[in-house]
Design a protein around this ligand. Structure first.
Ligand SMILES: Cc1ncc(COP(=O)(O)O)c(C=O)c1O
Length: 345
């Protein structure tokens, strides 16, 4: 059975055009900087984000970790959202591998960190305190609903960071979704940040890879740490070739995914037993709960949905996140709504 897979945008298969480009990619040993396709991808990423340089990394997790290791020394502190991927879902890498301490503060429902809260969380100079070095934002903020942070808010956090001698890193795994949803350029959205990680392997449909972007010096140091972490790759142009198509083509179609997520949410709002979050979706993620009167839990509904040809991922015992992406077309949206109707009947 061919499934409709809404578990994440990470499940996207490379497009036929990507597979062709991968097969034909010109390659070299990227540790020697000899891979022309990787070099082209890195130049393109830096150019599109309006920064000096970029580094191709195997995963978003490694990209974020490299950023933290470049910005911070052991014993430093990083201000992060308590609902952020860096804090919750990167296996404690900053602590385990960097000796870096997280200072988690609450993500507001709109995905932001309150400016006043950031300000009071910055440590004062005191022999007892860790030194605060970095603020991390996540855009789009996944757990808060795939909500995009605005350029204005990002500018305010940038000013606050730089006014206090801190750096600003953006976990922009889905930064192109954030830009598309707000009809702003990604350059404008990341202008206040010192470093940005974004993923090619999510809504942009590449099979592997993320980019870390920043100043030339930051990327030079990041390249060294990537090697230390075992992330120096060889003829990796075969993958970078897909990433170039992600940047040149897939970044331009993300509002199709957002429109389909909206259609899906509108349909699901009419299904008895489902309560779609009030403002969902903001981008390509629909968040919903089972209503109290549904006798099944999310795992049981997940199994029924699978039997009906739709893969979903429960967030907890009553909650789901459904993610649209390149391989979810209008027909898949319709079938998903019907499958939920049948599963809850
Ligand atoms: C917001 C966010 N940041 C970072 C990552 C990490 O990316 P990767 O899975 O490539 O390590 C993810 C992955 O889902 C994510 O959702």
């Amino acid at each position: 059975m061919e499934y409709i897979d809404l578990r994440s945008d990470t499940v996207t298969q490379p497009t036929p055009e990507m597979r062709e480009a991968m097969a034909e990619a010109e390659v070299g040993d990227d540790v020697y900087r000899d891979d022309p396709t990787v070099n082209r991808l890195e130049d393109l990423a830096a150019e599109m984000l309006g920064k000096e340089a970029a580094l191709f990394v195997p995963s978003g997790t490694m990209g974020n970790l490299i950023a933290l290791l470049v910005h911070c020394h052991r014993g430093n502190e990083v201000i992060v959202g308590n609902q952020s991927h860096i804090y919750l879902n990167e296996a404690g890498g900053m602590a385990a591998l960097g000796g870096i301490q997280a200072c988690p503060i609450q993500n507001q429902p709109d995905g932001t960190l309150a400016l006043e809260e950031i300000l009071v969380s910055i440590r004062t100079e005191d022999v007892h305190h860790p030194i605060t070095r970095l603020i991390c934002l996540e855009n789009t903020q996944n757990i808060c609903g795939g909500v995009p942070l605005t350029p204005e808010y990002t500018r305010q956090v940038g000013e606050l960071a730089h006014g206090n001698n801190l750096a600003l890193h953006i976990d922009g795994a889905r930064i192109f979704n954030a830009a598309a949803a707000q009809n702003v350029s990604v350059k404008e959205l990341v202008a206040p940040a010192d470093s940005i990680m974004f993923c090619l392997s999510k809504g942009l449909a590449a099979p592997i890879g993320s980019m870390l972007v920043g100043t030339r010096d930051f990327i030079r140091r990041g390249r060294h740490i990537r090697k230390m972490l075992g992330g120096g790759m060889r003829q990796v142009g075969v993958i970078a070739a897909a990433g170039i198509i992600s940047l040149e083509k897939m970044t331009k179609r993300l509002n199709d995914d957002h429109a389909r997520a909206k259609k899906m949410a509108d349909g699901l709002r009419k299904v008895n037993g489902l309560v779609v979050d009030a403002n969902s979706p903001y981008t390509n993620m629909v968040y919903l709960n089972l209503s109290q009167d549904v006798p099944l839990n999310a795992q049981q509904v997940t199994e029924k949905m699978k039997n009906l040809g739709v893969l979903v991922d429960p967030e907890n015992a009553r909650r789901f996140r459904l993610v649209t992406h390149y391989w979810i077309d209008d027909e898949a949206v319709k079938k998903t709504v019907s499958a939920f109707q049948e599963a809850l009947n």
